[in-house]
Design a protein around this ligand. Structure first.
Ligand code: CP3
Length: 343
């Protein structure tokens, strides 16, 4: 079997065609998932390696995507610091971080009790995939996890992140430091269990603007990347609000960056140079349109030939019709143009 298309694309090597996969490709946008979900909670699904592995393969079978991403969540790491995570259905923490004293009192990270089921699910998904497509393992980035850790128990703590950054920057840095080591450990475990690609989700990377990104988000996400480098696997860094942080994104040192629709592919490429692979950047709303509009949006992106992994710039919306997702995937896979590569 030849090398997987996604791995070639992440190295920016020319290949026979573009690979495609989509963030949040598993989950509520798929009827087969919604059926399973009627009888089981999200936590019960994720924590059962057999079920999590099956869900991981649903978009591979259903849409024919060129990569699988392990069915899990970024927030389990917070449970490893005894914060009491639940999903009702949005994430809720029983014991969030409220002040500097809470950071000081954080226990040692317990990887096995909080995240032990993730490598098990990876190993099982690898068996079920039997080499069909590569498997992506992932963690959240420290600042993004901090947004949830600093919540009030019900809502993500964006306001508290801003307050901590101004009033308690030392405590915030201590929290980010603890989280970065835990994130790297969890990512490395996933690699050892068989993940082929490692991904760092930094959904709230731009929450403190460009300066905040450089001080609080990037150094700690970079640390996760540096520590995970020991595994010698390609690393993808995901962020949103690309326009705000594009000038400093390359600080992360990843092999691939996801780009959203706030910048053009050309702007992204000129800011990041020819080194890293780029993934993105259609607005997920495109998949709510009709087949013709999806074809033209995908082809317009493909004709630019800038992105190594043409896709959406963030996750598929839960109300995107399944046939639209499949049509989008096929449009990219059938594109006759020459895939990009480092020329
Ligand atoms: O297919 C995939 O993308 C893999 C699985 C995956 C999930 N969460 C499953 C999930 C991944 C990669 C994530 C990452 C994640 N989780 C992020 C970063 C990526 C992003 O999209 O920005 C964030 C911020 C979270 C935190 C989180 N998890 C929230 C805010 C919520 C509730 C809101 C929502 O979307 O429902 C979750 C729950 C969650 N994670 C669900 C799924 C399928 C829904 C659970 C359910 O069925 O009720």
């Amino acid at each position: 079997m030849s090398e997987h298309l996604l791995l070639e694309a992440l190295r920016r090597e020319p290949a026979e065609r573009y690979p495609v996969w989509i963030m949040r490709q598993a989950g509520r946008s798929m009827a087969v998932f919604r059926e399973m979900r009627k009888t089981m909670s999200f936590l019960d699904m994720v924590k059962n390696p057999e079920i999590a592995a099956k869900v991981t393969l649903q978009p591979v079978d259903g849409h024919g995507v060129d990569a699988a991403i392990i069915f899990s969540d970024i927030l389990f790491i917070l449970d490893g610091f005894n914060m009491g995570l639940d999903f009702r259905p949005g994430p809720v923490l029983e014991r969030p971080i409220r002040n500097a004293a809470d950071v000081d009192a954080m226990p040692d990270f317990d990887i096995d009790s909080s995240c032990g089921f993730i490598p098990k699910a990876i190993a099982r998904a690898k068996e079920l995939l039997a080499g069909r497509v590569p498997l992506i393992g992932f963690v959240g980035a420290p600042q993004t996890l901090a947004v949830y850790a600093l919540g009030d128990g019900k809502q993500a703590g964006m306001k508290n992140l801003e307050r901590f950054a101004v009033e308690e920057p030392g405590a915030l840095e201590a929290l980010l430091d603890l989280l970065s080591r835990a994130c790297a450990d969890v990512l490395i475990e996933q690699s050892k269990a068989g993940a082929d690609v490692l991904m760092v989700f930094d959904t709230w990377a731009a929450a403190l603007g460009a300066e905040g990104f450089e001080r609080f988000a990037a150094p700690y996400a970079r640390r996760v990347v540096e520590l995970a480098r020991a595994e010698d696997k390609p690393i993808i860094y995901m962020s949103r609000e690309t326009k705000k942080i594009i000038g400093s994104l390359s600080m992360i040192g990843a092999d691939c960056y996801t780009i959203d629709w706030t910048v053009t592919p050309e702007e992204a490429r000129s800011a990041l140079g020819e080194g890293p692979a780029l993934m993105g950047n259609l607005d997920p709303e495109v998949l709510l349109g009709d087949a013709d509009s999806i074809t033209s949006a995908a082809e317009a992106l493909l004709e630019k030939g800038v992105f190594d992994v043409p896709s959406l710039g963030h996750g598929v919306l839960r109300n995107a019709p399944e046939e639209n997702v499949t049509h989008f995937v096929k449009t990219i896979q059938n594109y006759p143009g020459r895939p990009v590569g480092r020329r």
